[in-house]
Ligand binder design. Structure first.
Ligand SMILES: Nc1ncnc2c1ncn2[C@@H]1O[C@H](COP(=O)(O)OP(=O)(O)O)[C@@H](O)[C@H]1O
Ligand SMILES: [Mg+2]
Length: 271
């Protein structure tokens, strides 16, 4: 029987509600899956046919350690997604090199454009951590300068209020096949919590969104067990990438009954 590790974080207490459905779907597909803490030094990763990176949500606080772990694992077994993908995808500077429309971004605290409202975030982040929305240009500049002073790369963007109306659309691909898409909740409105991030609605993506998502996938020269492509629309209506999640995306598996099985099938195909 094939045996795969499901790499997660902390003490496996169950903050990751996709873990059990995935392990059950793997079992159905003839894959014996075990959840392992990615930073547990006692794990013998070489005993696994593949190590699947999943809820490693704490990597944001220790990216170098996480990448060193990933490199080590890839030297002894199959890592999905591959190390090269994780290395580039854990710092949003990858957005500059995608070659597709992305959210306009000013990468410095100096010379901010005049926008009605700003979002300031670090290039290494997740779950809207250290991300601030402000209408005050001087405050936006100061927030970006504080990130720079801490040795981080700031990203300053116009606040796109379509995240509150149409909403962000996330497309889920497993081994290159579209599984489903969801409408996600806006994260920068008062009172929003991380729970709102896990709540979403199933949505049929528009043809221009599917077209852009597939352009993004074609721009990544690696096999991808999972990919979540987060899209917004710019003021003229054109779709643009806000984030490409190839490291630790929540997959919204609960939103389509067949999704866990599709994910398991994709893994099977890659083994
Ligand atoms: N420019 C923006 N306009 C409106 N909302 C934004 C913008 N940037 C980020 N957000 C909100 O913050 C969330 C998190 O930002 P994102 O860039 O996806 O980084 P991460 O998910 O890695 O923290 C987005 O899903 C969105 O709700
Ligand atoms: Mg995001």
């Amino acid at each position: 029987m094939t045996i795969c590790a499901y790499a997660t974080f902390e003490d496996l207490r169950g903050e990751d509600d996709e873990r059990d459905p995935v392990l059950a779907a793997w079992r159905e597909a003839g894959i014996d899956g075990r959840a392992e803490r990615w930073d547990d030094p006692a794990v013998d990763w070489s005993a696994y046919d593949a190590v699947v990176v999943r809820s490693v949500w704490d990597y944001v606080l220790r990216r170098e350690e996480f990448l060193a772990w990933a490199r080590e694992v890839e030297s002894v077994t199959r890592l999905l997604n591959p190390y090269a993908v994780l290395e580039s995808n854990t710092d949003k500077t990858y957005l500059r090199e995608l070659g597709v429309p992305t959210v306009p971004t000013h990468w410095s605290s100096e010379g901010l454009p005049d926008w009605p409202e700003y979002v300031v975030k670090p290039s290494i982040s997740g779950g809207a951590r250290d991300t601030t929305r402000t209408a005050d240009r001087a405050e936006a500049a100061a927030l970006a300068a504080a990130l720079e002073a801490a040795g981080r790369t700031p990203m300053v963007q116009p606040y796109l209020d379509m995240v509150e109306s149409e909403g962000e659309t996330s497309l889920l691909y497993f081994n290159g096949r579209l599984s489903h898409a969801v409408r996600r909740n806006p994260m920068l409105v008062p009172g929003t919590t991380l729970d709102d991030n896990a709540r979403a609605q199933l949505r049929t993506p528009a043809p221009d969104q599917v077209e852009l998502a597939e352009k993004v996938l074609a721009a990544v020269p690696h096999v991808l067990l999972y990919a979540r492509i987060d899209l917004v629309r710019l003021s003229g209506g054109a779709p643009a990438v806000i984030e490409l999640e190839l490291t630790e995306p929540y997959l919204y598996l609960g939103h389509r009954p067949e999704a866990p099985a599709s994910f398991a099938r994709a893994l099977r195909e890659l083994l």
